[in-house]
Write a protein that binds this ligand. Structure first.
Ligand SMILES: Cc1cc2nc3c(=O)[nH]c(=O)nc-3n(C[C@H](O)[C@H](O)[C@H](O)COP(=O)(O)OP(=O)(O)OC[C@H]3O[C@@H](n4cnc5c(N)ncnc54)[C@H](O)[C@@H]3O)c2cc1C
Length: 438
């Protein structure tokens, strides 16, 4: 019977990093993954460019029910340590406004660099297309049950058993089902006595049933977004909105999705207030509109806004401004009596006020969210109060966790991979140390 010092379940960035720390000084390590290649999820990161980490690091970039525990891990192995790890693997990096990418901006080269380091490390074996289905605590360690696994299907081969002194679960969360992640790590952790903070998708698009969405699909524009839950302001982000036929997407929406999703799950009313001209105050927008019509008295509101907002957004904004006041419409076809009236100086102060108010606070009711198939990360996971600073289980000594399977999720910008590298390093080194001592 072959017994390993450490078995690592999951060959994503956290598992591979952990494996490189564990397989040192003659310790024997087995890295198991159900995909046909390790590190497959890296290929889709950063739209194929892989946003590795970020020079801007602050506690609010990482979210958890126990943020102080996440912070301790990140201070033990931080962004500079990650840069050193990349150098040691031959990954040259590029700094894009603080966002760190591989120099060639090809995620495939990051995956290849990790894979090649893992495959060339003495004492480190890799077993792909193998799914771990059960873990049992035994006298001097763990018994790991696994089955052959091919393209999401169980194989016909009989199950196999493996043994180890220390065990590290790095199975990711539920985001990226096609890339091997189905939350199986939560079941493995639970069976060993751990509590799981309920998982939910994070960094994903939001759905709305607003009737104008079909017309806006494909439009992109800059905005400041305020998330309101039951009428209360919860958070604010700024960035590019990407309108879709089902709702709204884009990095800024991803950032707030975590809070919107939790509120929706709790049955609360979720609304976005979109400010399409965040650089200006309401009063300034009003004056801009006034002076625009003064300078071009031959224009309708529709034509005036055509120079400010994306064309497809203009009728939606005008309709909303008209609807709110239940008075005369602010638009119409160019020959309508109203359009002619506006063109001849007939717009009232309240017309300008209503329009400015809608441009600065367009309301979009959120009815749902895109699930794990679209989400970049999972919130929730193994409760951080049940692990030590070294990510060893307080319930089951010798058991370690790393990566997204833990209750830590980063914001968009390289923070989830940073968490994978940080937690993988900390847990991997701790498992190696434990084996050395025992
Ligand atoms: C589309 C997309 C884009 C992203 N872009 C970025 C980005 O640019 N920057 C960033 O920081 N983050 C990004 N992320 C998030 C980031 O990829 C993840 O947070 C990170 O990969 C998590 O690493 P991990 O090692 O914990 O888990 P994963 O990378 O999910 O790896 C887990 C591995 O475990 C294996 N596994 C699962 N269960 C079992 C089992 N029972 N037996 C055997 N193997 C198992 C899986 O096959 C998988 O290979 C992105 C995510 C997605 C989906």
């Amino acid at each position: 019977m072959k017994k390993y010092d450490t078995i690592i379940v999951g060959g994503g960035p956290s598992g591979m990093t952990a494996a490189l720390w564990c397989a040192r000084d003659g310790q024997r390590v087995l890295l198991m993954d159900r995909c046909d290649r390790i590190g497959k999820k890296i290929l889709v990161t950063g739209n194929g460019k892989c946003n590795l980490t970020n020079f801007r690091q602050s506690p609010d970039c990482y979210r958890s029910e126990t943020p102080e525990a996440a912070a301790a891990v990140l201070s033990a192995f931080g962004q500079e340590d990650a840069m050193e790890l990349f150098r040691s693997l031959g990954i040259l990096t590029r700094d894009r406004d603080g966002y760190v990418y591989p120099y060639n901006e090809q995620a495939a080269s990051v995956r290849a660099a990790f894979e090649s380091a893992v495959l060339n490390r003495d004492g480190l074996e890799v077993l792909t297309e193998t799914s771990v289905t059960g873990i049992r605590r035994i006298k001097d360690g763990f018994q790991v049950s696994a089955e052959a696994y091919s393209a999401g299907k169980k194989g016909n081969a009989p199950g196999r058993q493996f043994f180890c002194r220390s065990l590290l679960i790095a199975t990711g969360g539920l985001a990226g089902v096609k890339l091997g992640c189905d939350g199986s790590g939560y079941g493995l952790a639970k069976a060993l006595g751990h509590h799981i903070i309920p998982p939910l998708p994070a960094l994903t698009a939001l759905k709305s049933s607003a009737p104008f969405l079909k017309k806006l699909s494909g439009v992109r524009n800059q905005a400041a977004i305020t998330l309101q839950v039951d009428g209360r302001k919860v958070c604010r982000e700024r960035g590019e909105l990407q309108w879709t036929d089902y709702g709204i997407s884009g990095v800024a929406i991803f950032q707030i999705s975590r809070f919107a999703i939790l509120a929706l799950e709790e049955g609360k009313a979720v609304q976005l207030s979109l400010d399409f001209m965040p650089e200006y105050s309401v009063g300034e927008v009003e004056s801009l509109l006034h002076s625009g019509l003064e300078a071009c008295p031959y224009k309708s509101f529709e034509e005036l806004l055509g120079g400010i907002l994306p064309a497809k957004l203009v009728p939606v904004v005008l309709r909303e401004a008209s609807r709110q006041a239940k008075t005369q419409p602010l638009s119409g076809d160019a020959s309508s009596a109203r359009a002619i009236q506006i063109r001849h100086g007939g717009a009232s102060d309240s017309d300008f006020q209503r329009l400015a108010a809608v441009i600065k606070g367009f309301s979009l009711r959120i009815s749902g969210y895109m699930g794990y198939e679209k989400a970049q990360v999972t919130r929730g996971g193994v409760d951080m109060t049940e692990v030590t600073e070294n990510l060893e289980s307080c319930i089951c000594p010798g058991l370690f966790f790393a990566g997204e399977v833990l209750d830590v999720d980063g914001t968009c910008g390289g923070y989830n991979l940073q968490w994978a590298f940080s937690s993988g390093s900390v847990a991997g080194e701790a498992a190696w140390n434990r084996n050395r001592r025992s």
